[in-house]
Each structure stands twice: as C-alpha cells, then as structure tokens.
Design a protein around this ligand. Structure first.
Ligand code: UD1
Length: 356
C-alpha cells in the first residue's frame, strides 16, 4: 500500500512519527508531505531530527497567513502533489489548518483520507481547531480516535461506526518511546536554567494571546504566582511576536525562553510541580505523566484529561488559578489515572487496521 502523510504544524510531528514507524515495519511505501505551516527551525526542523522522522519528500512552503490564505495555499499546492503520487490513502493528523486543507483536497478528487486523532470536540466553534475537526471528520473515510468520547461524538454527528476505530493516543506513543531520552537531557537542562522546583507555562491560543484585555491580566497573575514558585515560559512565536515588549518586563522568577526541543520540553513537563497551559497536547502529556495541569481555557476537546487525568479547567478565573496552583504546591492536586489504550501501541493498531 502507498500511504501519504500530511503534516504542517508542531503538534503534527509527534503524532505522525509513530505511525510512520509502524507502517514502515509493515512494509508499506510512504510519502511525507510538509505543508510548511510551521517553518521556524525551532518549530519544525528540531522535531524532525529529535523524533527521527525522515526528511519530507515534498515541502509545500506555505508559511503564515490568515486562515483563508493559509488553508487555500495548502490546498492549491497539495493538489498537484497528491495527484502526482496517487496514494492509496492520505493520513492527516490532529486539528490544524494543514489537516483540514489536505482532507478537503482528497475528498474532492476521490482519494481516501484517514484522520488520526479524530472525534475530539470542544463544542466551541470560536476555536479555529474545532472547525477543522468537524470538517475533517465529515470528510474522512477512516477515523482513528484516542478515547471513547471521540467515538460518541462521531456517532452523534452521524458518522457510520464501521469507519471509526478506537486506537488510543499516538502522541502518548511518542512520549513513551522518547521518555528515556528526556530523562537523559534533564540534568543538563536543570543546570542550564538554574532550576530547583519550578512550574512550566505555555500560551499560544488566539483566545488567550490575541487580546490585551485577556493577555495582560494573565501575565500579571503569572508574575505574581512566580513569586511562590519560579516559572519557566517557553514562548510560542505567535505569542512572542505580539508581546515581545511585555515579555521583557516579566519579574525575575518568570523565565521567558525560546521554544524548546521535544526531549527538553518533555523533561520539563515530567519534573514540573505544575504546568499552566492552553495547549491540547500538553493536557494529555501531563495526564500521562501525572503532573498537575491547570488549563487556561473554558473548555477542552480532551475531557478525559479532566475526568481521569490531572487536568483542571481554569478559564480566566484567577482566584481558581491561585487556589489550584497552591494545591499543586502542597501536593493536594487530584490524582490521575492513565486513560485506556494510552499505552504506546496506538500507532501499531492503526498500522494493523490499515494493513487488513
Ligand atoms: C497552530 C495551530 C494550533 C496548534 C499550534 C501549535 C491552526 C489553526 N492552529 O497555531 O492548533 O495548537 O499550531 O503550535 O492550525 N509563526 C512563526 N513561525 C512559525 C510558525 C508560526 O513565527 O514557524 C507565527 C506567525 O506569525 C504566524 C503565527 O505564528 O502568523 C501563528 O501561526 P499559525 O500556524 O497560523 O498558528 P499557530 O498559532 O502556530
């Protein structure tokens, strides 16, 4: 079988890597297309290297733009590429603009699409990713879900259950595979950043970083929390670009740094006393690692991280943030269980299903 993978943005890379490896073990021909949605070395190249992903066979170099511009650019550049390769199936990952753009192209020209990390819903259509999820799942021919809520959402949306496979979480496959490497880099990183106990922060969602009436009070809270526990804040380019002046004014205990590599970030998550984030993937990784996670969003498309995991939805309730932060420091945070099938074998299940 000829399988073509489409990736474009940072979180796609860790989802694709184990699927690529598992399909290679099954002897399938594979083509890797990078849309170029993320292009900075720290957002892309370092992950290809660390995760041992081969260089892309095709690079579409679309770069940044409005949602319409970016999605359209991916579609028009991807169409001739997929027509030239004529794969048996195209695999798309997660919920970024590259995911929906590639799915739409394939659906129109009759090439089968498989969606990895299907069925997740925040039920919040103001999130660009929610639109991408809904549309991609409607278009996909084979849908791989990470948890049972995904199957329930897809059934509710009228998607035939013969097309849907509960396989587990591919991002956790990558975490499990590379955890020993993260453990290796931690002592050096700890020394480099002068860390003892610390919390880890990431923020990049438009709902948090685009509007100053949200972002500035959030930064004030983080500054104040950092007086209780030093915080490390690797900054996403989107946030850095908009707020470079404000980020320079952070107090001495709120350490603002460039985006980290995969092993380094994983090591920091594992050893942090608490993680404050608005990322989807980090809600899952902290649940697996058992690290308390405080999510600065009103909702999550990954409810299992709240029901089973360490995740607490904070929204913009600063009193709740302070309370939960203190709980994490006192060791009073809720205990977590690992969701079923988050066992490092999700990609193998995908490869088995595709090979049948
Ligand atoms: C994208 C995804 C989001 C995912 C995130 C992970 C969509 C709609 N959003 O958000 O779901 O959680 O990736 O990182 O697909 N930029 C750079 N260098 C880069 C890439 C981006 O400087 O390599 C800057 C550009 O100014 C760009 C902005 O970041 O306009 C936003 O990039 P974009 O790809 O549109 O969305 P993300 O916020 O990265």
């Amino acid at each position: 079988m000829k399988v073509l993978h489409v990736v474009g943005a940072r979180p796609n890379f860790m989802k694709m890597a184990p699927v690529y490896r598992a399909l290679a073990r099954n002897g399938h021909e594979q083509i890797l297309v990078h849309t170029g949605q993320h292009y900075d070395a720290l957002m892309s190249d370092v992950f290809f290297k660390a995760l041992e992903i081969p260089d892309p066979d095709e690079s579409l170099n679309v770069g940044s733009g409005s949602h319409a511009q970016q999605t359209a650019a991916i579609m028009s550049r991807f169409e001739p590429v997929v027509l030239a390769h004529r794969p048996d199936i195209v695999l798309v990952y997660g919920d970024v603009n590259s995911t929906v753009a590639a799915a739409l192209v394939c659906a129109k020209i009759g090439i089968r699409v498989g969606h990895v990390e299907s069925g997740l819903r925040s039920f919040d259509r103001s999130m660009p990713e929610e639109i991408n999820r809904l549309v991609t799942d409607q278009l996909a021919d084979v849908l791989f879900t990470p948890s049972v809520d995904g199957n329930e959402n897809l059934a509710r949306e009228g998607i035939r259950k013969e097309k849907v496979f509960l396989v587990g979480n591919v991002m956790i496959d990558t975490l499990i595979h590379f955890l020993p490497r993260a453990d290796e880099v931690f002592p050096g990183l700890k020394a480099e950043l002068s860390l003892d106990s610390y919390g880890l922060v990431t923020l990049h969602r438009p709902s948090n970083v685009d509007d100053e009436s949200v972002f500035l009070p959030m930064m004030k809270e983080l500054d104040s929390l950092s007086e209780k526990l030093p915080l490390i804040f690797p900054v996403h380019p989107r946030t850095a670009q908009k707020w470079s002046a404000r980020l320079k004014q952070c107090g001495p205990n709120l350490q603002v740094i460039a985006p980290l590599g995969y092993f380094e970030f994983l090591a920091l998550q594992k050893n942090a006393s608490v993680v404050i984030t608005d990322s989807g993937g980090i809600q899952e990784e902290t649940t697996y690692l058992g690290t308390p996670c405080l999510t600065l969003r009103e909702n999550t498309e990954r409810p299992i991280t709240v029901t089973l995991g360490t995740n607490v939805l904070i929204g913009h309730d600063w009193a709740l943030l302070r309370k939960e932060f203190q709980k994490a420091l006192n060791g009073g945070h809720k205990q977590a269980a690992r969701p079923p099938l988050w066992d490092g074998k999700a990609a193998e299940r995908i490869a088995e299903i595709l090979t049948q």
